[in-house]
Design a protein around this ligand. Structure first.
Ligand SMILES: [Zn+2]
Length: 144
């Protein structure tokens, strides 16, 4: 999917629901969001999307509210943009940064950016990906 198309898709979602809150938007689409405290060290968030089952987004509750919102926006990107799959937020250098990860990151940035920022948002997917990675990595102190 082209970056321009993702941004347009997100703009329409914001217009349709009159919000950019990923939790509210998830609820509108019948997507369940849960916060988990019983997860492995280093777990950020993931989406479970299967045919004929409600989609679930799980987020590590140890993160700050801001990061949780960002993670939710990223996972919402997977839930709405990508086919049935189980997705993990790949941000470590052990994981290959795939195109679907970059798309979900751009979705998150486009969703959370205000409209003024968005109108000038013409960033390559790799930059969106880098920005999100930095924000989440800065929040890694929750594990120390
Ligand atoms: Zn992801």
């Amino acid at each position: 999917m082209k970056a321009k198309d993702i941004i347009k898709f997100v703009k329409n979602i914001k217009k349709d629901w009159h919000t950019n809150d990923p939790y509210e938007i998830a609820a509108h689409y019948g997507i369940n969001v849960e916060f988990t405290t019983t997860c492995m060290k280093g777990f950020t968030a993931h989406t479970i999307k299967m045919k004929d089952y409600p989609t679930f987004i799980s987020i590590n509750d140890a993160y700050t509210d801001f990061s949780k919102k960002l993670l939710c926006a990223h996972e919402l990107g997977h839930a709405l943009l990508h086919a049935d799959c189980i997705n993990h937020f790949a941000i470590t250098n052990k994981n290959v940064i795939t195109n679907v990860e970059q798309e979900a990151n751009l979705f998150a940035i486009a969703l959370l950016a205000d409209d003024n920022t968005l109108s000038t948002l013409d960033v390559p997917l790799t930059i969106a990906d880098f920005k999100i990675s930095v924000i989440i990595l800065l929040d890694f102190s929750v594990y120390t």
